[in-house]
Design a protein around this ligand. Sequence first.
Ligand SMILES: Nc1ncnc2c1ncn2[C@@H]1O[C@H](COP(=O)(O)OP(=O)(O)OP(=O)(O)O)[C@@H](O)[C@H]1O
Ligand code: NI
Length: 353
Amino acid sequence: MAEKVLQIRNLTAGFVTEKGFVRATDHVSLELDRGQTLCVVGESGSGKSVTAMSVMRLIDYAGGFIETGEVLFSGSDLVKKKQQEMLKIRGNRITMIFQDPMSALNPVFTVGDQIAEALRIHKKLSKKEAWQTSVEMLRRVGIPAPEMRAKQYPHEMSGGMCQRVVIAMALACNPELLIADEPTTALDVTVQAQILDLLRQLKQEFGMSMLLITHDMGVAAEVADRIAVMYAGAVVEEGTVKEIFEQPRHPYTIGLLKSIPGLEGERGGELYTIKGAIPPISQLPRGCRFHPRCPHAMDVCRQQEPALIASPSGHKAACWLDESELKGTGASAASASSQTPKVTISSKTEVAL
Ligand SMILES: Nc1ncnc2c1ncn2[C@@H]1O[C@H](COP(=O)(O)OP(=O)(O)OP(=O)(O)O)[C@@H](O)[C@H]1O
Ligand code: NI
């Protein structure tokens, strides 16, 4: 069996508000094999970033906390670690990149100095070694004339170049796990594709594992080995890219796939949108959290929450319809299979969410 670099188990995290503790994730369980890429997809507010912030234990600094659950990184539980211990892991063995590269860079230091600083802290390199490694990293992320660029400040570079610098900084310490939260959302479409290609290529070169958060199914199709679909704080489906795209089992996933431009004969017509809005997790409906928006909702869906159930291949879904289908009790099986799009999606497509 493949070695797990990350195992998130029953993670419930949230924030203390005027109304008390409000969950942002609800018993989320995810696993990532070493050397693989797991994409977490879902609408805004589904708990993707809170999951990532919990792994990094940055949630503690955002006014939130982890209520229950484990985050096993190479077998040891990060939830139990003191922040002092996290300082040795964060930015070193696990690194993170965000949507806005400018927020990750310090405007008053040159980019070369910023990468060198991370290397001096975590790898105890000398000043000269750190600078040389920093220039080498800039070269490896495809920045032309890296010796010259290393001496520049972030504001002297384009958004795409800055994201390359952030990636160089994230990879300089050779992390085991890279977490990328919407790393291309703020960039132009052509630059987006370049950055995705770069991440894919560097993941191979550096032999690292990647947890990539995106609301864009096209991005997930391009880079993921496995995809987890989150809805209102919970994982509702998880499987290989092929399983998710060719045999989606949850009506929410089917809706996400149908809303990709160019699929399902929508070309030139109105784009499919999933009706209704994601509920705040403090106001979840009884039963299945998706049932008010689900075109297939049955009585049981309004009463009881479906469990996340794995097929023999490991493809998981939390849906009553799907369960009865799996057990062969004859409930309408049409929803999943007949609407399955079999299309190759380019990184330029975006889900209208
Ligand atoms: N600092 C915070 N204080 C209070 N609630 C928060 C905070 N950060 C996030 N939340 C809440 O947690 C829930 C999950 O948010 P999260 O940022 O994880 O969603 P997301 O899936 O990453 O969405 P997006 O695609 O918009 O980035 C939301 O309901 C959000 O309002
Ligand atoms: Ni987010």
